[in-house]
Design a protein around this ligand. Structure first.
Ligand SMILES: NC(=O)c1ccc[n+]([C@@H]2O[C@H](COP(=O)([O-])OP(=O)(O)OC[C@H]3O[C@@H](n4cnc5c(N)ncnc54)[C@H](OP(=O)(O)O)[C@@H]3O)[C@@H](O)[C@H]2O)c1
Length: 222
């Protein structure tokens, strides 16, 4: 199983304001690049806070990319997944109503069964953890059992860090956008508890290119 992260950040390393609402940082080129990256994956996942900001299916746009997926024998769209311990997520969203895409939610052991049944009625697959919060390894195991080989994490920072802290991320795609967001409470793309001095995970710069004022970086885990 290959696990990648794809995120856009401001020059000061932020991905949103402290309000944690939707913020568009990248250009049209960045949106196309996001689709190109998604197209290579079998599943794309968001944490619950990102889902609240952007409750849409994590789709690939572009007939050429969809054609290429078909020719590789992949499903029309990647599985569009959310991780929400309590299933306390907005309902009747564009994501929930996108019945032609496989939609999964990972929830914790305490999540309401009534909410689970109600989501299942909308065609959503609900996977219940034995822990209070779904754990990265069990999330990957569930995808593996469904035949997925490549999984893409699309934030936010708290969700990404749970995989990074366990050394489960192979590849990081980052777009550096020419903006400042600022604010000590504005999230970065890797939050969590932080790494200890001397134990900082290291990555190798595998690819980079410039497009206008944006930089596109791909790092691979050493
Ligand atoms: N610039 C970009 O590329 C980009 C991309 C994505 C998101 N964003 C922005 O990022 C912000 C949200 O980021 P965020 O860091 O606040 O939240 P987040 O990572 O999206 O969501 C975190 C939440 O996910 C749930 N969760 C369930 N299992 C988890 C696990 N194993 N590890 C971690 N979280 C788990 C928890 O909530 P429960 O208790 O509900 O389970 C947790 O509080 C939004 O403003 C969004 O717009 C930006």
């Amino acid at each position: 199983m290959r696990v990648s992260v794809n995120m856009a950040m401001s020059l000061d390393g932020k991905i949103a304001t402290k309000a944690r609402g939707p913020v568009k940082l990248g250009s049209a080129y960045d949106s196309r690049r996001m689709s190109e990256i998604r197209a290579l994956h079998d599943a794309v996942i968001n944490g619950s806070s990102t889902f609240r900001a952007y409750p849409y299916p994590l789709h690939v746009q572009g007939k050429d990319l969809l054609r290429e997926r078909r020719s590789r024998g992949q499903s029309a769209q990647p599985i569009s997944a959310v991780v929400s311990s309590g299933l306390l997520m907005p309902r009747k969203t564009p994501w929930e109503q996108e019945i032609n895409t496989e939609r999964w939610v990972f929830c914790g052991k305490m999540a309401s069964e009534a909410r689970q049944r109600s989501l299942e009625k909308s065609g959503v697959r609900v996977l219940r953890s034995r822990a209070a919060r779904p754990q990265p390894k069990e999330i990957l195991k569930a995808f593996e059992a469904a035949g997925a080989k490549r999984v893409l994490l699309e934030g936010g920072g708290e969700f990404n860090s749970s995989f990074l802290e366990r050394g489960l991320v192979d590849r990081i795609h980052l777009t550096v956008t020419p903006l400042l967001i600022g604010g000590k409470d504005s999230p970065t793309w890797c939050e969590g508890a932080g790494f200890m001095t001397g134990k900082f995970p290291r990555f190798r710069l595998a690819e980079f290119h410039q497009e206008g004022d944006e930089l596109y970086l791909t790092y691979e885990h050493l």
